[in-house]
Write a protein that binds this ligand. Structure first.
Ligand code: NAP
Ligand code: G4F
Length: 329
């Protein structure tokens, strides 16, 4: 072990985990990532810098594996990003979602309590906790009203983090992050589904994309900006909870318009509304107020909503063009 600061990231193979790992490596950390066993590797997002990481096998559903990993690595900071994070899946698999996304947080906190109470802890909380929003914009003081099993699980994760801070004096913080996207976003989330489809349509591989509620509004930002806020939260003198958002809201329809327009296409020609993508209970409007983070952490986003959608569309177009070239070679 070196004298460098050590960070452990659960969910390192996900969108945020991959960006956070890069940020921490750049900041001089030894970075360790928890990966769960699967029959095929899910290392695509961390491939370019995997040789600089330590990867350890554990699972948020397995308490002993989390204690073992913390005992072995002895990190200074733990970022808990692992979750069943796709909202529609949380209705299909509510028990699994509760086990990983809610109780999983307690398992990590228990591992910290047992191994070393000095470890600083970040919990990836979500604007989905506001759900049927009780006020607009939403702040750290807005009452929660989750609208999916995922949102309910995140509310549990938030409060157990606050509770371990208050019960055991842990440096445990909850970052309430609004939607954040990137070219590394999973293909099932709406932004990436749209930019990926627009790129394939542009290249003549498809002609339409089927979506659900085009009227729903989200406060979207760039994932790379948002992981910076996670790190900042763990560098403060005292633990606290922060909303991280762009402080703007846009409809799914507006997002489609920018993506298709950017690739020289008319979105109404290609977007079809399909009932199967509507949700049993929708979160209609999310709009954050990140004033506290801007003032206390000195955080602010660098990429606007429009820039974000365009950079995602560009990345998907380049990716689709590369695939076509490789297939014809
Ligand atoms: P993501 O891309 O879906 O990544 C989820 C990660 O969790 C993956 O690395 C996955 O591993 C891992 N994981 C799932 N179940 C696990 C288990 N049982 N044990 C260990 N690891 C497990 O999510 P993301 O967008 O990066 O989001 C990161 C975190 O922030 C999540 O907790 C999410 O709920 C929360 N969040 C996200 C947003 C957003 O807009 N992106 C906003 C607010 C909060 P595999 O690769 O093996 O599947
Ligand atoms: O992209 P989404 O699936 O993201 P959602 O449900 O807001 O959740 C994401 O952000 C949360 C933060 O608020 C995270 F905690 C969570 O882990 C995840 O990262 O859907 C966004 C909106 C919804 O209103 C949905 O109904 O887009 C609407 N939508 C319309 N058509 C669609 C589709 N969503 C998806 N995934 N697929 C569609 O075809």
């Amino acid at each position: 072990m070196t004298d460098k600061r050590r960070a452990l990231i659960t969910g390192i193979t996900g969108q945020d985990g991959s960006y956070l790992a890069e940020l921490l490596l750049d900041n001089g950390y030894d970075v360790c990532g928890v990966v769960r066993r699967s029959s095929t590797e899910t290392f695509e997002r961390i491939m370019d810098f995997k040789s600089r990481l330590t990867l350890v096998q554990a699972d948020l559903t397995d308490q002993v594996s989390m204690i073992d990993v913390l005992s072995e690595i002895r990190p200074h900071e733990v970022y808990n990003l692992a979750a069943q994070s796709f909202v529609p899946t949380s209705w299909k698999q509510p028990i699994l979602t509760g086990d990983v996304t809610a109780l999983g947080v307690t398992r990590v906190l228990e591992a910290i309590r047992v191994v070393d109470k000095g470890i600083r802890f970040y919990q990836a909380s979500s604007s989905e906790m506001f759900g049927h929003a009780q006020e607009t914009p939403q702040t750290e003081r807005t009452q929660f009203y989750p609208r999916s099993p995922y949102g309910v699980a995140k509310v549990y994760g938030h409060w157990i983090t606050v509770n371990y801070r208050e019960s055991y004096g842990l440096f445990a913080v909850s970052g309430i992050l609004f939607n954040h996207e990137s070219p590394r976003r999973g293909l099932e989330f709406v932004t990436r589904k749209v930019t990926h489809a627009a790129a394939r349509i542009k290249m003549g591989l498809e002609s339409e994309v089927r979506l659900g509620n085009l009227k729903s509004k989200r406060d979207w930002g760039f994932a790379k900006d948002y992981v910076r806020a996670m790190w900042l939260m763990l560098q403060q003198d005292t633990p606290d909870d922060y909303v991280i958002s762009s402080d703007e809201t846009h409809t799914v329809g507006e997002m489609c318009e920018i993506a298709f327009d950017h690739l020289g296409l008319k979105w109404q020609d290609h977007v079809r509304v399909a009932p199967e993508f509507y949700r049993p209970a929708e979160v209609h409007l999310l709009l954050g107020c990140s004033a506290k983070a801007r003032e206390k952490l000195g955080w602010q986003p660098e990429v606007s909503f429009e820039q974000l959608v365009k950079l995602m569309a560009d990345a998907d177009l380049a990716r689709v063009q590369r695939q076509i070239k490789n297939e014809s070679a």
